[in-house]
Ligand binder design. Structure first.
Ligand code: SF4
Ligand code: SF4
Length: 184
């Protein structure tokens, strides 16, 4: 792996630490996070390698790495770390910065679009609404007919609800979204 020292590096490291609340300097590269990560084998760089790249002053190139988008936020890395490093929060921070700077590549951009579609339905309905999310994703990606053959079976088995969810505390959820946007 070749890491090019980048002038954006310190700013990126500071922002990741600020957003995640993690002190990256305490990571001593034991790799316990990586050995439990369900996606580490499928991506180019593992959670421990991402942290090491931050230590070694990699800059905005980090914002396009697959793991940022493949991360399932399962928090296995967080629970395994002997230093209490919240790896899941680091991935969240990198995702947020990547979106802000429009750095996700085309493939990863689809995951970003999926994320946005999911969050929009939570903001509107107070909890996730799968059909709304699918519609927003399909409109955004232009892949209107992909996987539509599964739709009738999912409806029949009760895996998708036609109507939006009810009973959520929409006002509180909207307030959380508003505060989060204001704090950016
Ligand atoms: S488990 Fe913690 S200390 Fe070990 S490599 Fe991962 S983040 Fe660093
Ligand atoms: S939260 Fe993400 S990086 Fe951490 S173990 Fe789970 S998938 Fe891997």
């Amino acid at each position: 792996m070749i890491i090019t020292k980048d002038k954006t590096a310190q700013a990126l490291m500071d922002r990741v630490q600020e957003l995640s609340g993690v002190d990256l300097s305490v990571c001593y590269q034991c790799k316990k996070c990586t050995s439990g990560c369900p996606v580490a084998q499928m991506v180019q760089y593992s959670p421990a390698e991402i942290i090491r790249q931050l230590h070694l002053q990699a800059g905005d190139e980090l914002l396009d790495h697959e793991i940022i988008w493949a991360c399932a936020s399962c928090e296995t890395c967080t629970t395994r770390c002997p230093m209490g490093i919240d790896g899941s929060a680091i991935m969240d921070a990198l995702r947020q910065i990547s979106l802000e700077q429009n750095k996700a590549s085309q493939a990863e951009g689809k995951v970003a679009l999926f994320n946005k579609a999911f969050l929009k339905t939570v903001e509107l309905f107070g909890r996730s609404y799968e059909i709304g999310m699918i519609a927003a994703y399909k409109l955004g990606s232009g892949k209107l007919m992909n996987d539509t053959d599964k739709f009738p079976t999912m409806l029949k088995k009760g895996k998708l609800a036609i109507l939006p969810p009810t009973g959520a505390d929409k006002a509180t959820v909207k307030r959380i979204f508003k505060k989060t946007k204001e704090s950016k």
